[in-house]
Design a protein around this ligand. Sequence first.
Ligand SMILES: Nc1ncnc2c1ncn2[C@@H]1O[C@H](COP(=O)(O)OP(=O)(O)O)[C@@H](O)[C@H]1O
Ligand SMILES: [Mg+2]
Length: 342
Amino acid sequence: MKIAVFLGGCSMERNVSLASGCAVKKALENNGHTVKLIDPALGSDQTPLQPILENFSASTPITLKDLSLLPSKNIINTINSKHLDDVDVVFLALHGEWGEDGKIQSLLEMRGIPYTGSGVMSSALTMDKGMTKILMQHFGIKTPNWFILNSKNYDESNSANKIKNEIGFPAVIKPNDQGSTVGLTIVKNVDEVSSALKLASQFGKSILIEEFIPGRELTVTIINNEAYPIIEIKPQDGFYDYKHKYTKGMTEYLCPAPISEELTKQVQAESLKLFQISDCKGFARVDFRLKDDSSFYCLEINTLPGMTETSLVPKSAAAKGIKFSDLCQNIVDSAITEFKNK
Ligand SMILES: Nc1ncnc2c1ncn2[C@@H]1O[C@H](COP(=O)(O)OP(=O)(O)O)[C@@H](O)[C@H]1O
Ligand SMILES: [Mg+2]
């Protein structure tokens, strides 16, 4: 098959996506496909991509200033360009805004090209953490208490009071629609609220304020409607922020997670339920916090999770004996099936 792997893109997670895309290309080539890399942030002229690929680091995020030099309009030009004339399927190795949130999926639908992962509605819904939490609440999936603020128009002292009275400290303040822990602060008291709100407000239209769930961290991979072995994530210190996610050796990953079989089944069942009620397709990854009393709380579902060979989804697949190249092939196959069934 002729496959275009989309990587990079116009989000804060651009550098992680460059790493995902390169890994996926290698895997798909090993499977005998003809693969080209396309960065939708570059538009119809893809010549700058090669030097970019020779000089990026996933362990530091792009700055907001550099991101502003990559206008989302370029994505339309990319989708409309000749680069996609001879492509059988697009493998989306993008993460975050403009890649994981249904917008590029919508353009690919218009152009009539199959793409991997979830569709327009599902991607848009799950990129919005608050909307996903409403869905979880409706279907009885436990999620930390929360409220939402408008990034451009919030009252600082009212918000601090509301946290004190309704959520309690510590609390988590994060952009409502980012990934990779960008713009997230765990605030311990009222004095820390102001700067945390300012930070989160830079990265999205709304801010999610959430109850802090102490304990352990779990993540569950779903591939084609099946829950895979759970991973326990143990950051060396602090919490699972950008640095701990993408710097080698800063986090320990235990797979299968050392929790009881009964708890494993429960967490997997809730993950699969969220995958299905949000109408996800192909694959996704669901993040949880686990308290000492074994109660667990869902934070979010990621429809285009990291896809380097050492990312969480490939780790979980490997624990079930599935090689990275077979995982990528499965994802392509389900995209083709999904397209034919439309
Ligand atoms: N309510 C919470 N309680 C405890 N830790 C949290 C909470 N929300 C986020 N975190 C920490 O921050 C990380 C990132 O948060 P998450 O909601 O998964 O956003 P994203 O991964 O999209 O940036 C989590 O993996 C977890 O370590
Ligand atoms: Mg997460």
